[in-house]
Design a protein. Structure first.
Length: 471
């Protein structure tokens, strides 16, 4: 393509997209952090008008109320500085770095180092309405004072697969980014402390004629411990435990590795699966000693845990996790598989679908990032609507309970107060959402821009037609 043709295409592009009010492309310096975005965020989230509210005076309203920020991962959030072909040095990490990962030195793998982490922390703080101290960067500190809500996501061009999502989770955790993108792995420390508090006897020390109940209790505890250790130290979930075959091979130095297999629904056996966690392997051996003396769940000699049913396994996990002090959100990380494999229909193309793998707010979608971001936005909005409706129903339920307890003369005042609160919360229905996508690859940025810019053009055309018809 010659220079004249390039110039012509630039004119055509500018004529079509240059006047759009909502779709734009911004260029961040190559060796910059995400911190320059704070200036723009301050402007779009600052109060721009006032709205009178009955009984509550004047309320300021921001120009945008919700920010969806999606980033690429490799060389966008992360940055490899060694052997950089441009010879640009890594940004220095001085004292006062933000977050545990930065304190450990891991921020050197993040583009922009501590400034980017600081910016992400400020974005996250919007949702809790925190106002940070004077140590904060002044630009970001101003933005924190707004009421904008934020949803952060990672969309990588890697192949959508379980292995990719697990690797992304591990890398995010190493860099201290996992909490920003809702992909924090289960922290097993509290649960392991609880397991280690159990007193489990030696299987050969029991006399079954005189201490059968003590034997059964230790057998039950070692069974529960093995189940939990297998789950927290492997890719298995509680529902998988009923498919582990009893036949196991201990190998490696000191027989410290267990090789086992899973029984598939069609009775086809897969290859060996390695368990290399030392505590799990030792517990496995101890469990087999108990089971050799007397099975806890007799009826199926082929399976490791005998004839136990999935419902009982899930019940065991719920009880143990609750007693260990693990909250509901953390329990779900090991009770069910957090990785979703999604097939999204491409709009206007019935035969074409996009495959997406999702873990928390991290996604892999190859180069179908626009479709992945669009699906994520719709899914998050649906989740927010459901949460809002649940909150409204809970509010109504509470209101009905309060009505029964209050005297008749207080009823009118209570209803007025409730109406005022609902009026204040009604601004949620008037959300003005801002979507950002950040990528080091210009093709990805352009594809994302065209996806949303074309939607804006379509909406503008429909509004123009409606205006011409006087609608």
């Amino acid at each position: 393509m010659d220079e004249e043709e390039k110039a012509r295409l630039r004119v055509v592009f500018k004529e079509k997209y240059g006047s759009l009010a909502r779709s734009s492309i911004y260029v961040i310096p190559f060796n910059s952090s995400l911190l320059p975005l704070s200036d723009f965020l301050t402007r779009v989230s600052s109060p721009v008008d006032t709205v009178p509210r009955p009984g509550s005076g004047i309320r300021k309203s921001p120009s945008y109320t919700h920010l969806f920020l999606a980033c690429d991962f490799d060389q966008t959030l992360t940055m490899v500085h060694k052997n950089n072909h441009l010879g640009i040095p890594a940004p220095p990490l001085s004292e006062g770095v933000v977050g545990a990962a930065v304190a450990a030195g891991n921020a050197e793998g993040i583009r922009g180092g501590r400034d980017t982490l600081k910016f992400l922390q400020h974005l996250k703080s919007f949702n809790s309405q925190e106002n940070l101290n004077s140590e904060s960067n002044s630009n970001v500190g101003e933005a924190v004072k707004s009421s904008i809500q934020t949803t952060l996501a990672i969309i990588t061009a890697q192949t959508p697969s379980r292995a990719v999502m697990k690797n992304l989770q591990r890398e995010s955790s190493h860099l201290g980014l996992d909490s920003f993108f809702n992909c924090t792995a289960f922290n097993s420390a509290l649960l392991k402390d609880h397991l280690n508090s159990w007193t489990i006897g030696n299987p050969t020390s029991f006399n079954l004629e005189t201490s059968r109940e003590d034997f059964k209790e230790s057998h039950r505890l070692i069974t529960n411990k093995l189940m939990i250790l297998i789950v927290i130290n492997s890719e298995r979930y509680p529902s998988d435990l009923i498919r582990i075959l009893k036949k196991v091979q201990f190998t490696g130095k000191d027989n410290s590795v267990a090789l086992y297999k899973l029984k598939q629904p069609d009775n086809v056996l897969g290859g060996n699966i390695r368990m290399e966690d030392k505590e799990t392997v030792e517990t496995w051996k101890q469990y087999l000693e108990f089971d050799k003396i007397e099975p806890l769940y007799p009826g199926n000699d082929e399976l490791l845990f005998g004839d136990i049913k999935e419902a009982e396994v899930l019940s065991i996990f719920e009880v143990v996790l609750t007693r260990a002090g693990i909250d509901e959100k953390e329990r779900q990380k090991i009770m069910t598989d957090p990785i979703q494999e999604i097939r999204v229909q491409i709009e206007g193309k019935e035969q074409e679908v996009v495959n997406i793998a999702k873990l928390g707010n991290t996604m892999a979608a190859k180069y179908n990032k626009p479709e992945a971001f669009e699906w994520f936005i719709e899914d998050e909005n649906k989740r927010r609507r459901l949460a809002k409706e649940a909150k409204r129903l809970e509010r109504l339920k509470k209101k009905e309970e309060e009505k029964k307890k209050r005297e008749e003369e207080k009823k009118k005042k209570e209803e007025e107060d409730q109406k005022r609160r609902e009026d204040e919360e009604s601004s949620d229905e008037e959300d003005k959402r801002l979507y950002w996508f950040i990528d080091d690859n210009s093709d990805n940025v352009m594809n994302m821009f065209l996806k949303f810019a074309d939607k804006e053009i379509k909406v503008n055309e429909e509004r123009q037609k409606s205006a011409e018809k006087g609608e």
